[in-house]
Design a protein around this ligand. Structure first.
Ligand code: SF4
Length: 610
């Protein structure tokens, strides 16, 4: 494979060369298992993904397993590969994908599904699981979108639900046994399905009612579980964390050390899938994190550390951790960033601490423009919280504030939309009332609005999504309302959110739509320049599938949902209760205030939720 020739004709060739600092090199001939870790987007996005870093180094920590990376080649590289009959290849050894035992996809975003099909196609691997042979790799998948695996069920041999650190190695043990003793793929799947967290779609049949809803979801293999329970790492402080992550040659999206301080979230915002599926909360200790940070700094030379979690300001020992990190980093000019700060526990002391090395803007997420709607979505923050945080920020010399909102939320009215502009004006007026001597000379308030997409395993999993036309009307209503010269406004393409809504709550009948869209050339749908809604509408027409059935349609609590066979611990009863409270505009406190009985304790035992 003469890569050098074609790399001259593509942009960012370092996406395809591998050999980066800390990348793993083994002799494939000595390996029992070759695992291809696939990220269905370009190198610089995939290399920023923490899950990939963890599982790549975890798999390679086993002597007889070689985990290599695959990313979706950019369009210019794909053109060269197809022109020169170069199949999809791994970064480490440039080995064709077809030669691997496993190809494992992390499912981060529904709009990357056509890239998965394109990678299989580029690898010369049949798209449908039923068409693959013993010669083809076993295709597996995990990650947040796997909590509704059904749109991909016809393409994936098995899914791993929940946290992979323990499950992945258990699956490798099962496979090693069958590879050594000459079992078939079917034999392997029939054994792997006995592991908690493994879902083999082929072992279940789905039937539908006249109206298109699911009539039944039944297993056709006795040893398959009735419901697939997600896996969690109980003692997260002892959970595997790589200390020698790869340092890329080229700049990537998140080019820094990511220190995962805890998993789960105590908050229970009703639109947030992560806040439900990653429960319960489990923290790492500052001692473990500081030791890990020191080793990561020594092994990578990175000059920035970000504390990652769903709500870092909720970490119970944040002061201890940030003090320790500052002692470790300040003199080396290593920056510290806290991406996810909540308005109601924003502290100036914390801000000044982490901005000692590099001062950047502040981001807050009120999510909704009125208190009524913030209560409906259970955001549990008030206008006063925003005022206090803004006042603290301006008194601390900040001049750049970003405010995140969503439109299309359940029960939303135009008054709620206009409330967004009102909040932005409030922030500007607080700046104007801040002492000129201490405030920043410049002010820039950015209102960034995304469209709400109802997701499985949330209290809003039954609501109808706004149509594209309604979302656009609301985006323009807000555009008209924002007249403040200090406020800039940006919004996300609503058509993309509407399509995301189809696959987020879709079922197996969408597999033919994906194949048709792939055939029509759909790829990199999450990239504005490549997303073509007309291609998708043609795919829906050609396969006689109505997208409105999946995104716009309201569901009843009695309906069998495509993901009902997945058990995340949080019960349907709790979600229905939260859905009803939302309709009444009632809030639910966070888990540290009071347990609201979501079901996680009975499901996973222990008393470690708060
Ligand atoms: S069981 Fe209670 S404390 Fe634990 S995550 Fe659920 S609601 Fe929160």
């Amino acid at each position: 494979m003469n890569l050098d020739t074609i790399l001259k004709h593509v942009e960012k060739p370092s996406r395809y060369i591998g050999n980066e600092y800390n990348s793993v090199h083994k002799n494939p001939a000595d390996m029992n298992i070759r695992f291809g870790f696939c990220f269905a987007d370009v190198y610089e996005i995939g290399m920023s993904h923490l899950g990939m870093k963890i599982l790549y180094h975890l798999l390679n920590s086993a002597d007889d397993i070689y985990c290599e990376r695959f990313f979706t080649p950019w369009v210019d590289m794909e053109e060269q590969m197809r022109a020169h009959n170069i199949p999809l290849f791994s970064l480490e050894t440039k080995t064709p994908a077809k030669e691997f035992d496993f190809l494992g996809f992390t499912l981060q975003y529904e709009m990357s599904y056509t890239n998965i099909l394109n990678m299989l196609d580029l690898g010369g691997i049949p798209l449908y699981a039923k068409d693959r042979t013993e010669e083809d790799p076993i295709i597996c998948a995990g990650g947040p979108c796997a909590y509704n695996p059904e749109p991909l069920a016809d393409f994936v041999d098995f899914f791993m639900l929940g946290e992979g650190e323990e499950l992945m190695m258990e699956v490798m043990d099962v496979y090693r046994f069958f590879k050594k003793n000459g079992g078939t793929k079917e034999d392997f799947l029939k054994e792997a399905v006995k592991l908690e967290g493994v879902y083999v779609p082929a072992f279940y049949d789905v039937s539908y009612n006249e109206d298109g809803t699911i009539q039944s979801f039944t297993k056709n293999y006795d040893d398959a579980p009735d419901r697939i329970k997600k896996r969690i790492i109980r003692d997260f402080d002892k959970c595997f964390a790589p200390d020698n992550i790869i340092v890329p040659f080229m700049e990537i999206v998140h080019d820094r050390i990511m220190l995962e301080v805890f998993r789960g979230c105590i908050r229970g915002c009703r639109f947030c899938q992560a806040g439900m599926i990653y429960r319960p909360v489990r923290e790492r200790s500052p001692e473990t994190l500081l030791d890990l940070a020191q080793r990561l700094i020594n092994n990578t030379g990175y000059e920035e550390i970000s504390l990652s979690s769903l709500s870092t300001s909720d970490y119970t020992r944040l002061k201890e951790l940030t003090d320790g990190l500052l002692d470790m980093t300040e003199d080396k000019k290593i920056g510290l960033s806290l991406p996810s700060l909540r308005l109601d526990n924003f502290s100036m002391e914390l801000m000044q601490k982490v901005q000692k090395v590099r001062k950047s803007g502040l981001t807050f997420a009120p999510e909704a423009g009125t208190q009524r709607l913030r209560d409906v979505i259970n955001k549990n923050i008030t206008e006063e919280d925003l005022h206090n945080a803004a006042q603290m920020a301006f008194s601390g010399g900040y001049g750049t504030i970003k405010l995140y909102f969503m439109i299309g939320l359940p029960t939303e009215t135009d008054e709620d939309i206009l409330g967004i502009s009102h909040l932005a004006d409030e922030v500007v007026s607080i700046y104007k009332h801040t002492d000129k001597e201490i405030r920043n000379k410049n002010l820039r308030v950015t209102v960034s609005v995304s469209s709400f997409v109802p997701k499985p395993f949330t209290p809003f999993q039954w609501v109808g999504q706004n149509t594209q036309e309604t979302l656009f009307r609301k985006q323009m209503l807000l555009k008209e309302a924002i007249r403040n010269r200090y406020v800039s406004y940006n919004w996300h393409e609503s058509t993309l959110s509407v399509l995301e809504g189809v696959f987020a709550r879709g079922d197996r009948r969408l597999s033919k739509v994906l194949v048709e869209a792939h055939r029509l050339g759909a790829k990199f749908d999450s990239w504005h320049e490549f997303f073509h809604m007309d291609t998708w509408m043609e795919a829906f027409k050609n396969t006689d599938v109505d997208p409105d059935f999946y995104n716009i349609r309201e569901r009843s609590y009695e309906e069998i949902l495509p993901w009902d066979h997945i058990d995340v611990g949080v019960t349907k009863k709790f979600l229905i209760n939260e859905s009803e409270k939302a309709k009444r505009g009632e809030t639910t406190g966070n888990c540290r205030e009071k347990c609201s009985g979501c079901g996680v304790i009975p499901a996973f035992g222990g008393d470690f939720c708060g």
